[in-house]
Design a protein around this ligand. Structure first.
Ligand code: CA
Length: 224
């Protein structure tokens, strides 16, 4: 899951962005709304975590603008403003959720996963594809009910595929989802991770679509 974090406080921004990364969220952190707005126009995010007190314009200004432009990305407001009227104002401005600082990282992560579920219209917190089951909260996977050990990069890659099970994804789209800005990727790293997933589950789990990229194999495929 790729998250855009807007937070002007250095300590909090650093803590939340590195904390989310350690929990497997690709996270881009910006300190003001202008830069975040720019990033939102040039990359695809699964959710935005938005502070309200920002140095340029207030977070509600940006939220209102994104909603007027019909940007559907889920937004969690993260703020020190804890009054009832302010929470109502934030939700009415188009926020999907509202958290008051200080926030427990575990709770923020759980709320992000809940938002992602809602966006996919899925009630079951475990993602399934044929004999594969994957729990994004614990990052544990099973294949025909047998546990499969995954590194955090492998789990992140699996999430990218499972979140868009019917789409062919270009290498560029996959890499964008996997890594935050500024994180370099060795040229053949994606192929290596895909090889690992095929070896750990089944070769048919991920199809190579010649000249385009990759896609999940059919849920009822030969070995599924
Ligand atoms: Ca602030």
């Amino acid at each position: 899951m790729k998250v855009l974090l807007v937070e002007d406080d250095d300590l909090l921004g650093e803590g939340v962005s590195s904390g989310l990364r350690s929990l497997g969220f690709a996270t881009d952190w910006f300190r003001n709304g202008t830069d975040a707005d720019h990033a939102l126009r040039h990359a695809t995010y699964d959710a935005v975590v938005l502070d309200l007190g920002l140095p340029d314009r207030d977070g509600l200004h940006w939220l209102g603008r994104w909603r007027r432009e019909a940007r559907a990305v889920p937004v969690i407001v993260l703020t020190a403003r804890d009054g009832l009227d302010q929470r109502v104002e934030g939700l009415d401005a188009g926020a999907d959720d509202y958290l008051v600082k200080p926030v427990a990282l575990k709770e923020l992560a759980a709320r992000l996963r809940a938002l992602a579920r809602r966006m996919r219209g899925q009630a079951d917190p475990v993602w399934r594809h044929g004999p594969l089951a994957y729990d994004p909260a614990s990052r544990r996977a099973t294949w025909h009910d047998a546990p499969v050990e995954l590194t955090s990069r492998e789990a992140a890659l699996l999430e990218v595929f499972l979140s868009q099970p019917n789409r062919v994804l270009s290498k560029q789209q996959i890499v964008e989802k996997l890594y935050g800005w500024g994180e370099a990727l060795e040229s053949n790293a994606l192929e290596v991770f895909i090889h690992h997933l095929r070896r750990k589950f089944a070769p048919e789990l991920i199809r190579t679509v010649r000249g385009i990229g990759y896609a999940l194999g059919a849920a009822d495929g030969p070995d599924a």
